[in-house]
Structure formats: structure tokens, C-alpha cells
Design a protein around this ligand. Structure first.
Ligand SMILES: Cc1cc2nc3c(=O)[nH]c(=O)nc-3n(C[C@H](O)[C@H](O)[C@H](O)COP(=O)(O)O)c2cc1C
Length: 167
């Protein structure tokens, strides 16, 4: 419960690399996330090279922080036409972020918007047909000295009394 409450987005990172084994461990746990009909409509590409990270950071207004993240996990969703796929992707994404948080790694879910950036990313990473990279997770050790820049997006959360009604 505490992990859910303390998971916040990190957009400033220290340059220290994320060990390959750490990402493999996080995925090894997150892969147990349930999905509709157990389709597991997800695959991941870990990006660590400077050149590619900088290219990815240029893919839209909301992706700038990717240049600083030592590791970018690109989330591929199956282009299978099922409405449940989006739901499944949200679940695996939260599992991955909580797994990273558990290891004191910061994360920021990132959207490649608008869709021509998705097309560019497909070409850049040579993603096979049938898979779409709409989102990525920036992962790395958060920089405690450049904590959080003011955001145009409101912070905080709606109270439970607004969210829940009983019938
Ligand atoms: C589906 C999704 C897409 C997001 N896309 C971006 C993004 O493109 N760029 C970004 O900086 N943050 C992005 N975020 C992070 C949200 O802005 C953030 O989670 C929200 O403002 C709440 O802040 P917190 O995570 O620090 O609690 C995204 C989050 C989600 C769940």
C-alpha cells in the first residue's frame, strides 16, 4: 500500500547506469501481471545508448526527460484490436513502475504523441509489424538535487469520497 502511495514520477536522473540484471529482475516479476485471456499483449525494448536516448527524447513535447534517463523501457503493445489490450498495458506498466520503485529507481511513464512519433519510433528501433510503441518508461536513480520541476499538470489526487459511490 505504501509503495502505491509513494510512487511519484521522476524526470531528473543521475547518470549512473541501471544494471541489466535489475531490469531483467523487474520484468521477471512484472510478467506475472494478469491480462485479458492471459494474452500478455506486451513486449519491451530496453534502450541505453546515448544516441538512441537522445533520438527518443525528441519524439514529442512530453518526452524531453528521456534524454536524461539512463534506461528507457519502450512498451510494445500488440496491435490486435482488442479493447482489453490498453487496459492490460496499463496494468503491466504499473507493475514495472512499482518494481523499479521497490529498488529505489525513479520512473516516468512517457507518451509518444502525436502518432507520427510512434511511426518514427517503429522505424528507429526496427519494431516488427503487429507491435506498437505508444509509451515508454524512463528509469534511473532520481537526482535528489534537482527534485521536481513545477508541472503544468495539477498534482495531488481526488479524495476517495469523490471517487467512490455505493449503490
Ligand atoms: C498513461 C500515462 C502517460 C503519461 N505520459 C507522460 C508524458 O508523456 N510525459 C511526462 O512527463 N509524464 C507523463 N506521465 C506522468 C503523469 O503526468 C503523472 O503520473 C501525473 O501527473 C501524476 O504525477 P505523479 O506520477 O508524480 O504522482 C504519464 C502518466 C501516465 C499514467
Amino acid at each position: 500500500m505504501q509503495s502505491i502511495k509513494t510512487l511519484r514520477s521522476t524526470r531528473h536522473f543521475l547518470p549512473e547506469p541501471v544494471p541489466r540484471s535489475t531490469i531483467e529482475d523487474i520484468i521477471d516479476t512484472a510478467r506475472w501481471t494478469g491480462s485479458a485471456r492471459n494474452r500478455q499483449p506486451w513486449r519491451f525494448i530496453a534502450v541505453t545508448t546515448d544516441a538512441l536516448r537522445i533520438e527518443l527524447s525528441k519524439l514529442g513535447r512530453y518526452a524531453g526527460h528521456l534524454a536524461e534517463a539512463p534506461l528507457i523501457l519502450v512498451l510494445l503493445s500488440a496491435d490486435n484490436g482488442f479493447t482489453d489490450t490498453e487496459f492490460d498495458m496499463g496494468r503491466i506498466c504499473q507493475s514495472l513502475c512499482l518494481g523499479a520503485h521497490d529498488r529505489d529507481l525513479g520512473t516516468c511513464v512517457t507518451t509518444f504523441h502525436p502518432s507520427d512519433n510512434v511511426t518514427r519510433l517503429v522505424a528507429l528501433l526496427g519494431i516488427p509489424s503487429g507491435w506498437l510503441p505508444h509509451h515508454a518508461i524512463a528509469i534511473g536513480r532520481g537526482d535528489p538535487h534537482r527534485h521536481r520541476r513545477p508541472s503544468a499538470v495539477p498534482t495531488g489526487r481526488l479524495p476517495g469520497s469523490t471517487l467512490l459511490t455505493w449503490a
